[in-house]
Design a protein around this ligand. Sequence first.
Ligand SMILES: [Zn+2]
Ligand SMILES: [Zn+2]
Length: 237
Amino acid sequence: MNWDSILNAYPAQTEAILGIKALHELTERVLSNVAIPELEAPLKGMDDFSAFIPILAPVCSAVWKETAGADPAFDIAEVLASFITGQDPPTVPEADRELTGAVINSIVSRFLHMLREKNLRLVPEALYEGDCPFCGSFAKIGFDAEDERTLACLSCGHTWRFPRLRCPACSNTDHATLGYFDAEGIEGVRVYFCKVCRHYFKVIDTRVRTVTDPETEDALTLELDDLAGKEGFSLPS
Ligand SMILES: [Zn+2]
Ligand SMILES: [Zn+2]
């Protein structure tokens, strides 16, 4: 993440952004002591990921404790498990919900990045799908260069080549139902949408815009996600 450019883009939210930055740094520090497992196959989505709940639960407790200054007054391992499996979460005190979500998001994301780096040999090089070939998350952002488009997974950091005239959500290739729009004041970024499945993704034109990294570019272009939502397009769930 390029924190300086994010702070520049959202000056009114300086305090919140610095809080997230500190949380990410703490997450990295705690996770650096965790042995990252070698996998036998790429993950097939979050179901496979639930095998790592025993590794991540103590990390969640440690990061929570250092951030909040006390042990959580609820079972954070259960909250983590519900986040990963999609089951109903246990009750978390209202005042603790925001921090709990931020802690779990930060840890799961960083761990997925480390897991991918450790298991790169398993990741197929090309794929004609918008779901990440390593972790199965939908790529909501892509990058156009002179002669190729790549998609980037914000969950684990993997990038892969992808055809320009194709919907990553439903594989539609009919140009009559594929389109894009951009927003005034945001140079070099477009929302590409598909009228068949009503999904969208954002594409950064690297010939026009100086690019930092996918997570930063996503954070700097949230206005386009709002616009896509107003136009009736969503990300695949
Ligand atoms: Zn991924
Ligand atoms: Zn589609």
